[in-house]
Design a protein. Sequence first.
Length: 147
Amino acid sequence: MARPNGRRAVQILLVEDSPADVELTSEALSEAGTETNLHVVNDGEEALSFLHRSDGYDEAVRPDLIILDLNLPKKDGREVLTEVKQDPALKRIPVLVLTTSDAEIDIYDTYNLHANCYLTKPVDLDGFIDMFEALDRFWLRLVRFSS
């Protein structure tokens, strides 16, 4: 679906195992105002199935942007990030790491795995909304995605 400016809705894959954080992210994206389609998976294996269009995700859309938690069940975010950035069909998809950790080693390691940015989760809805308004301005309004 095209947005008023002629651009289509941004397809976002949210890889998050916390239902509360999924709800906060969804609410914050709604408040930000850019037309998005949010697709949610709850663990690293499910994320890779979605991205590879396998295991029940045969009709999954190719996301324009991935928002990835680091601490996930089955496969953690670092493993997902590694596989995405090593796959020629996926490596150009921007990956925004959104996690509770502010440990320097996590930040360092994540950028070494070619994350496009590292964000620490705000603790409340207002913080999420502020963050997603900033993300909206940059990632959803200014950045151009390849099809």
